[in-house]
Write a protein that binds this ligand. Structure first.
Ligand code: PHE
Length: 477
C-alpha cells in the first residue's frame, strides 16, 4: 500500500513544507504507518472511545445528574456535535497522513488558512498528557480491584466495609503509585511497538473480549438485578434535575467518551486507508461507543437498585457501591472480577490513544525514535500523575483545593469540560469555515444530501452548540 496515496504526494506544496519531510514524502510512505484493514482501524478507534469514560464515568455522572434527562442531553451532544466533529477529525488526519500537529500545519497551508490552527495539535498533545495523568491512576484502581474481587474481598461485604476497602486503597499513596506505574508501563509498551505490531495487535484481541464480558455482565444484571428499574433510571427524562452544570458535563463527556478534541481520533484517522468511507466508519464507532456506555449502565444500575444502594455515589459508584452489590449476590465473586478486568481492558485500549498524537509527532519529525518518544511521554504523564495520586490522600484537604476542586478534579474538569470541547470547536471552525468545502467533499465522498447535512452540522450546529453551552456555563447566556 506504500505510495498509493495521491493526495499526500500531489496536493501539498512540498517546497513550502519543512525540508525534513522531503525524506519520505516523494511517495515513499513507509515512515507513516497504515492499519492493515478497515476493521483494524475500527477496532482501534472503538478501543480509544470505549474506556473508563463509558464504564466508570458515564454511570457515575449519570447518577450525580439525576438519570434520564442527563442521558438525553448526552445523546443529543453525541449526535449533533460529537459525530460531525469526529468525521472532521478523521478526515483531517487521513488527508494529511501526519501527526495532529503537522496535520493542522500542512492543511492550514494547503487551504490558505492561518498558521494559528496548529494550536489544535498542540493543545491536543497537552490535553493527552493531562488526561493520561489521571486516567492511569483510575485504571490502577481497577487493576487493584481485579485482585481484590478475585480473592473474595467483597464477598458479603457491607456498604461500610466496601467503603473502607476503597478508602484504604486511595488513602495509600504507595499502593496507588505501584498500580499507576504498572498501568503506565503497559500503555507505553504497546505504543512503543508501533501501529501494527503494538496498537493493532492489542485491540484486535481486547475489543472482542470486552464485548463478550460486557454481554455476560448485562445478562447477569438482567437475571439477578432489578433490570426494569435500571432501564427506567437511564431512560426516564426528569428535566427538573438538569442544571447548567449538568449540561456542560454532558457535553464534556460527549467529547471525552468519543476521544474527540485532542487529536487521538485524528491520529488514528491518519493511519486509515484512503479508500475507506469515513462517514459510515464514524457512525459505527459512535454507535458502538454509545451502546457500550448504555450497556454498562444496564450492567450496573440494576445491581445497585436490587441491593437498595444509591446511584448518586459519585466516582465511588463503581468502586464502592457496585462491589457491595456483587458481594451480596450469588456468583458475585466471579462476575465482579469479570467487571474489573473489563474496566482495565477498556482503559488500556484508550490510554494508548492518549499517547499516540505526541509520539507520532516526535517520531515523524525525527526528534527521537518512536520507542524513546513513547517512554518519554509516558514518563512525563507518570510524573504529573503523582499529583493525581496525592490528591486522594496527602493533598485531599481543603487547603490543597482550588475552587473547591482537588488536583485530580481540576485536571479532569479542565481537560474534559474545557479543553476537549474547545479543541472540537476549533476543529469544526477550521473544517467548516477556514478550509474550503472542496476539501471535505473530496475526502468524504458523500451523496450531496448527506454532505449538506454534514456541512450544516460542522458549520453551524456543532460550533454553536459548543459556544452556547460554554457561554451558558460562565453565566453569559
Ligand atoms: N474515550 C476515552 C474514554 O471514554 C477517554 C479518552 C479521551 C481517550 C480522549 C482518548 C482521548 O474513557
Amino acid at each position: 500500500d506504500a505510495g498509493s496515496t495521491p493526495a499526500a504526494s500531489t496536493k501539498y506544496d512540498r517546497a513550502d513544507d519543512s525540508a525534513r519531510y522531503n525524506n519520505y514524502e516523494g511517495g515513499v510512505m513507509s515512515l507513516h504507518a497504515q492499519w492493515s484493514t478497515r476493521l483494524a482501524f475500527m477496532l482501534a478507534a472503538i478501543g480509544s472511545a470505549v474506556g473508563l469514560g463509558n464504564v466508570w464515568k458515564f454511570p457515575y455522572i449519570t447518577g450525580e445528574n439525576g438519570g434520564g434527562a442527563f442521558v438525553l442531553v448526552y445523546l443529543l451532544c453525541i449526535a449533533l456535535i460529537g459525530i460531525p466533529v469526529m468525521i472532521a477529525e478523521v478526515m483531517l488526519g487521513r488527508r494529511a497522513q501526519r501527526s495532529p500537529i503537522s496535520t493542522m500545519q500542512v492543511l492550514a497551508k494547503e487551504q490558505g488558512a492561518s498558521g494559528f490552527w496548529q494550536i489544535v495539535g498542540w493543545s491536543g498533545v497537552f490535553a493527552g498528557f493531562l488526561i493520561l495523568s489521571f486516567y492511569s491512576v483510575i485504571a490502577g484502581w481497577a487493576m487493584a480491584y481485579v485482585i481484590e474481587s478475585a480473592s473474595g474481598t467483597f464477598n458479603a461485604i457491607s456498604g461500610d466495609g466496601s467503603g473502607d476497602v476503597f478508602g484504604g486503597l486511595i488513602g495509600d499513596p504507595q499502593r496507588l503509585m505501584i498500580w499507576h506505574t504498572l498501568f503506565m508501563i503497559m500503555t507505553v509498551a504497546v505504543v512503543a511497538r508501533g501501529i501494527r505490531a503494538g496498537i493493532e495487535k492489542l485491540v484486535v484481541i481486547l475489543m472482542p473480549l470486552l464485548l463478550v464480558m460486557l454481554l455476560i455482565l448485562v445478562a447477569y444484571a438482567f437475571n439477578s438485578g432489578e433490570f426494569g428499574r435500571g432501564l427506567a433510571y437511564l431512560f426516564s427524562f426528569d428535566f427538573s434535575k438538569l442544571s447548567t452544570d449538568s449540561i456542560i458535563v454532558a457535553m464534556g463527556h460527549a467529547f471525552f467518551t468519543l476521544s474527540l478534541g485532542m487529536g487521538a481520533i485524528m491520529v488514528y484517522g491518519s493511519y486509515m486507508q484512503k479508500n475507506t468511507s469515513i462517514g459510515s466508519s464514524v457512525l459505527m464507532i459512535a454507535i458502538a461507543d454509545t451502546v457500550v456506555a448504555l450497556l454498562a449502565g444496564l450492567a450496573i444500575f440494576p445491581l445497585v437498585f436490587a441491593n437498595g444502594l444509591e446511584p448518586g455515589a459519585g466516582p465511588g459508584l463503581v468502586f464502592v457501591t457496585l462491589p457491595t452489590a456483587f458481594g451480596a449476590m450469588p456468583g458475585g465473586q466471579f462476575f465482579g472480577t469479570v467487571f474489573f478486568v473489563l474496566l482495565v481492558i477498556a482503559a488500556w485500549s484508550s490510554a494508548i490513544s492518549l499517547v499516540e498524537p505526541a509520539v507520532a509527532w516526535l517520531s515523524e519529525r525525527d526528534i527521537m525514535s518512536r520507542v524513546r518518544a513513547s517512554w518519554m511521554i509516558g514518563l512525563f504523564s507518570w510524573i504529573l500523575g503523582i499529583g493525581t495520586v496525592l490528591s486522594f490522600n496527602l493533598w485531599s484537604g481543603d487547603e490543597y483545593k482550588v475552587m473547591g476542586k482537588t488536583f485530580f478534579d481540576l485536571k479532569d474538569y479542565l481537560a474534559s469540560n474545557i479543553m476537549l470541547p474547545l479543541g472540537g470547536l476549533l476543529i469544526a471552525l477550521f473544517v467548516g469555515w477556514a478550509a474550503k468545502a472542496s476539501m471535505s467533499k473530496d475526502e468524504l465522498n458523500l451523496s450531496s444530501g448527506t454532505f449538506n447535512l454534514f456541512w450544516l452540522a460542522i458549520r453551524f450546529v456543532a460550533p454553536l452548540g459548543v459556544a452556547i453551552i460554554f457561554l451558558n456555563a460562565v453565566g453569559l447566556l
